[in-house]
Design a protein around this ligand. Structure first.
Ligand code: ZN
Length: 379
């Protein structure tokens, strides 16, 4: 019953559930990933520590923002709990009065709040099997939170994953028409709400990746962000890999991604993320979804990070040159990653001219300016 145990009740990432006939009876508590990752409620940064996430939200998005906290965890939009939570609160940051509509198993309560407010009394009616929905009338962007207590809604990823696996095995060489055929085939399946969300998330991810390959950047960005949003609640290998790939392209480097040691993104997390793991010298990478689309630039960046981890600075700088002489850099995010690789490799190789130039560029950037100032001061 201690406070430390509370967060363990929450599973925000849905794992594949068994056949429908199975799950209500067994009410299995689903296995959670070893490290629970919480995503920011506004952007796609992710954190292991709740206080760090709260700090991030306050510092980055503090103006007129509202979020829900359940058993000390910040909830993005939906989550499953193995039991009725002990605490629930709506947190208001620099926000005027907002209306809340709280529905517990169909019973509706309405109230207005003008500061961070404890909502524990609405938990009294909840029991295993209950659903709680909270609609917050945040200015400009009403937000809905849904809590499922005791049972996970039906979500069987396998029937979708098999089809995605077959499709992705062809790589992105499959064009629009093939994607449309895949979409049509998946649309006639009888899917639950969460299976539909998962399907749409992966389809958006593939579509956005195709657009990026065609260098249609604004459109690809819209679809890839949509994919990230849709895939956030799922803990399947495909969803995780897609999230890592997206976090790398979108420079989500403030927190950590929680990649397992065998992931091909593990070293990239270590290299770029402020709170990532130590950079491993040896890395065996495996993936059971070999066709997951990763853009050409990301592939080169991963190769450069591997070379950096193996202390091969010449190769890092050679890959950086290749990237810069190509037409692969599409935006500032891309530039920042490539510049960091050049800066660190140049510095370690003792090439102060390179280090000075590259860190000088990073000093104007978003993520690595502190490192840049620290190094430049010493030069
Ligand atoms: Zn954020």
């Amino acid at each position: 019953m201690g406070a430390a145990k509370i967060p363990e009740q929450i599973n925000e990432r849905f794992v594949s559930s068994g056949p429908v006939a199975d799950w209500p009876k067994s009410r299995r508590v689903h296995v959670s990933p070893p490290v629970k990752l919480s995503y920011c409620t506004v952007c796609f940064e992710s954190f292991v520590s709740e206080p760090t996430l709260a700090q991030h939200i306050a510092a980055k998005h503090g103006r007129q923002h509202v979020y829900l906290k359940v058993d000390e965890r910040i909830i993005r939009d939906i989550c499953c709990l193995s039991a009725v939570p002990k605490t629930m609160a709506v947190v208001l940051l620099d926000c005027p009065q907002i209306p809340l509509t709280i529905t517990v198993d169909g019973q509706v309560s309405k109230l207005n709040v003008n500061k961070t407010t404890n909502l524990n009394r609405y938990l009294k009616a909840a029991k295993p099997g209950s659903q709680i929905e909270i609609l917050a009338g945040t200015p400009g962007l009403p937000q809905t939170y849904r809590l499922f207590i005791g049972v996970q809604p039906q979500f069987e990823a396998d029937k979708l994953d098999d089809q995605f696996r077959r499709f992705l095995a062809e790589g992105l060489n499959s064009g629009r028409q093939e994607l449309m055929r895949l979409r049509e085939g998946l649309e006639i399946l009888n899917l639950s709400e969460f299976e539909q969300r998962y399907r749409d998330g992966i389809l958006e991810f593939i579509h956005g990746s195709q657009l990026k390959k065609e260098r249609n950047l604004p459109h690809s960005k819209t679809h890839l962000e949509k994919a990230f949003e849709l895939l956030l609640p799922f803990d399947t290998e495909l969803a995780r890999e897609a999230r890592y790939a997206l976090a790398l392209t979108m420079n989500c480097f403030s927190g950590q991604w929680s990649t397992p040691a065998g992931s091909r993104f593990h070293r990239a997390e270590a290299f770029f993320c402020a709170k990532g793991p130590p950079l491993p010298k040896r890395n065996s990478t495996t993936t059971s979804f070999p066709g997951i689309p990763i853009d050409e630039l990301s592939i080169m960046i991963l190769a450069a990070v591997d070379a950096y981890a193996e202390k091969d600075d010449d190769t890092v700088l050679r890959i950086v040159d290749e990237i810069r002489n190509s037409n692969l850099i599409l935006d500032r995010n891309d530039e920042e990653k490539v510049t960091l690789l050049a800066a660190r490799a140049g510095l370690r190789r003792g090439d102060l001219e390179i280090a000075k130039r590259e860190y000088g560029l990073l000093a104007d950037g978003i993520h690595f300016f502190e490192e840049a100032f620290r190094i430049l001061k010493k030069m």
